[in-house]
Design a protein around this ligand. Structure first.
Ligand code: SF4
Length: 418
């Protein structure tokens, strides 16, 4: 369940039903103000709502003052071991402090930070990592790592509450995806505070993105998690932000920019779709509007399977069609497909989202699609079978199309129709 409580990291609400907040962490030396600002600008542009910077030394805490002033998004200070750095970060204007109450030097020091944070109305992120559980939970960790993680988090929650500090969010992180999912599910039932999601040391752009999509996606789909960071082993923090957005967009939790859909290609593919999809994806980065754009590798199935898309292209060897909302806009040479697609998108956006169809060009496009469909009439693609099943079901004939061996042979498969 979404958290009951809400906190504010600067102007950004976290929890209590607010949109799930995207965050990342800079990978520069924080004291290198120009390099850090450069990265912050990039992640803000990519859609990070807040950004975290590491503050391991005095010079980083000093740099924080200027970074906070110049940053277009709220800055969170990431502190480990040294509570005086947490105090300095709050004085420097950090919008939030992330610390692990278990490694900051005992209750007195946590209390000192909590007292100053309360005075400055600065929230904290408190949390545990599977790699740094308190010693007294090691035995429990052996038998039940999930319970150990949750118990450690609850101990910190109780500690902060006993210090009269409730302006916090909580994180439980592990490199183990099933444990992260199970621990956060359990935690969400036990506390009203916002939950920060992440998979520790997820990995490279490829494997880390997948692990994050699986782990964080499962939780977010259940309504658990109020902010997330995708951790990837890349210096380009903006890549983490892009992946986080793809997860949120896939779950329809937030909208940002275009959504690209592309067929997986198959043996019917007739043009170099790999490079076309890559080009469309790249060019779509310049758009902020939540338009859906489809790229189909052929028109064998017509454009029906992408008719919900705002715009799309379907290609063949020499020619292709640009379409909008399931209707052909125009037929163009394959080499002009992408340029024409973007011309049409721009025209429509300039008209406030309206699409104007030139009747002659549209009819030419429709005729071309029909020709391709007819040329491949006997070709029973999965999409065609699905369409036939739907049409039959709508007519009330049957919810399954009865196919004979001539139409769709089963020789070579593991079943027969007789
Ligand atoms: S049949 Fe479907 S998957 Fe295959 S190339 Fe055409 S659109 Fe793509």
């Amino acid at each position: 369940m979404a958290s009951k409580r809400q906190i504010f990291v600067g102007r950004v609400p976290v929890g209590g039903g607010a949109p799930v907040v995207v965050q990342t962490m800079t990978k520069t030396e924080t004291a290198n103000i120009e390099a850090t600002m450069d990265q912050i600008e990039k992640v803000a542009e990519a859609g990070s709502d807040v950004v975290r910077v590491a503050v391991p030394r005095d010079q980083d805490a000093k740099a924080l003052k200027e970074i906070v002033k110049r940053s277009p998004i709220p800055v969170i200070a990431d502190i480990h071991f040294n509570h005086t750095l947490a105090l300095k970060a709050i004085e420097a204007g950090a919008a939030c402090v992330r610390l692990n109450p278990g490694n900051i030097g005992g209750r007195e020091k946590v209390a000192e930070v909590a007292e100053l944070a309360n005075r400055h109305k600065v929230p904290m992120r408190i949390g545990v990592n599977s790699g740094s559980l308190p010693r007294h939970l090691h035995e429990l960790e052996e038998t039940s790592p999930v319970e150990a993680l949750v118990e450690a988090a609850l101990e910190f929650v109780r500690l902060m509450e006993s210090l009269d500090f409730t302006n916090f969010k909580v994180s439980i992180k592990s490199t183990n995806v099933p444990n992260t999912i199970a621990a956060n599910r359990l935690l969400s039932e036990k506390i009203p505070y916002p939950i920060h999601l992440g998979i520790t040391e997820a990995g490279t752009k490829w494997s880390g993105s997948l692990k994050s999509a699986v782990g964080l996606g499962a939780l977010l789909a259940d309504g658990i998690g109020d902010t997330l960071r995708v951790s990837l082993s890349t210096f380009h923090a903006e890549e983490e932000v892009k992946v986080a957005w793809e997860i949120l967009k896939a779950l329809q939790l937030r909208e940002r920019g275009p959504v690209l859909i592309a067929c997986p290609t198959c043996g019917r593919l007739q043009f170099d779709m790999d490079s076309v999809v890559a080009e469309v994806e790249k060019r779509l980065e310049a758009y902020e509007e939540p338009i859906e754009v489809a790229v189909l590798g052929c028109a064998v199935n017509g454009i029906g399977e992408a008719k919900h898309a705002d715009f799309g292209i379907a290609g063949a060897k020499d020619e292709g069609v640009v379409f909008a909302h399931g209707r052909a806009l125009k037929k163009v040479p394959t080499a002009r497909l992408v340029d024409t697609l973007f011309e049409q998108i721009d025209l429509s956006l300039a008209r406030g989202g309206e699409v104007e169809f030139d009747e002659t060009e549209s009819a030419e496009g429709e005729a071309w699609v029909q020709k391709i469909e007819m040329e491949n009439e006997g070709d029973l693609t999965p999409e065609k079978i699905a369409r036939m099943e739907k049409e039959a079901a709508e007519k009330g004939e049957s919810d399954r199309v009865l196919l004979d061996e001539e139409q769709s042979p089963t020789a070579g498969r593991r079943f027969t129709r007789t």
